[in-house]
Write a new protein. Structure first.
Length: 186
């Protein structure tokens, strides 16, 4: 059963990775870097600040920093424990996939997917009551994490596991934030 899932994962990766083409490589290399998402983050924080004020925004930014640090460190523990080779180095498929970027770290599970989903879930839960189309925030982790498949760095199961893990942590941190927010009237 596990062998079949791994094979399906590889086949889905080959399909999704194969959708790419050289003229779009530079675009996806930009998409995969967090720095280029700064205008998006600033816009989201601006919308959040308008509803909750500067003090609460500072507290939320502190929670997000801890959330991302925690998510990233747990992700690294999983990567070092499972030591799954990235698709770009997988000898079985390396000759038939597009490798746009490589990394020497392990693949399972995606830190990009986990961190982007954790922060998005946390922010979504905070501002959903203020804005009608808040669910559109989830386009960020979808696009951001797909870039990792496009570039040849992660299997779909790495992304999906990262989403599940990150979403759970984002929800958990939201609950912790709510607890302290209610206790101290932030």
């Amino acid at each position: 059963m596990l062998e079949q899932l791994i094979q399906l994962d590889k086949e889905l990766f080959i399909f999704l990775n194969g959708l790419g083409s050289e003229p779009f490589d530079a675009f996806w290399l930009i998409i995969t870097k967090q720095l280029y998402w700064t205008p998006f983050f600033v816009a989201v924080f601006y919308l959040l600040q308008r509803k909750i004020g500067w003090k609460n925004l500072g507290i939320i930014l502190l929670f997000i920093a801890v959330l991302i640090t925690f998510t990233d460190q747990i992700t690294n523990l999983f990567k070092n424990h499972f030591q799954r080779i990235r698709p770009c180095y997988n000898e079985e498929i390396s000759g038939i996939i597009r490798v746009v970027k490589s990394s020497k770290t392990y693949s399972f599970f995606s830190g990009h997917a986990a961190n982007s989903m954790a922060s998005t879930m946390f922010i979504f839960l905070l501002i959903r009551k203020y804005y009608k189309y808040t669910y559109l925030l989830f386009l960020f982790p979808l696009i951001f994490a797909y870039s990792r498949i496009y570039l040849g760095l992660h299997f779909p199961s790495d992304i999906l596991t990262g989403y599940l893990f990150g979403g759970s942590l984002g929800f958990g941190f939201y609950k912790i934030y709510n607890h302290f927010s209610n206790k101290y009237n932030w």
